[in-house]
Design a protein around this ligand. Sequence first.
Ligand code: SAM
Length: 180
Amino acid sequence: MHDEREVTVLRLGHRPGRDERMTTHVGLTARALGAEGVIFPANATQSLETVADITERFGGPFDVELTESPRAVVRNWEGKIVHLTMYGERIQDVEAEVREAHRQAPLLVVVGAEKVPFDVYEAADWNVGVTNQPHSEVAGLAVFLDRLFEGRELEREWVDADRRVIPQETGKRVEPTDEE
Ligand code: SAM
């Protein structure tokens, strides 16, 4: 993934209580599947803490931050923008173009919670559907990142972890790392 620019995920909308797990899982999925960071709405403080805690224990680098204005993040983004939506162009039709653009410029990947305002559709360079069926921002993000990186994200090495999981055919094995 070294010949590529960074990928940041922006979560639009967060209903405290109701969206807590989904917002957290957007962050954890972004981290696990190769993004450099996630930006949550300002009221998603619990999700920020959980993602930061996982990064501290299982490694990074991965940035998690809050914004008072997700729409300003979109407006001011210096790079290309993908908005994931069931109404968008088919991922299989645009993925090569997005991959090529990602070699030149940082990518912002926007996912919604409830209804996404129309100006986001207009600001996006691509509105992308992972199927044109309704499902979830976590599923859409996972498939999108895997298509973007063509599987290379699965080989990622983690730094500054205090533990690592040793893959097992059966059972659980977690070992402390040697890193300080
Ligand atoms: N109905 C809402 C709207 O009009 O924007 C979307 C609600 S959906 C539960 C929440 C988010 O999941 C969406 O904003 C989108 O980012 C993502 N999503 C849902 N289905 C998708 C699909 N087929 N492809 C890509 N993203 C999808």
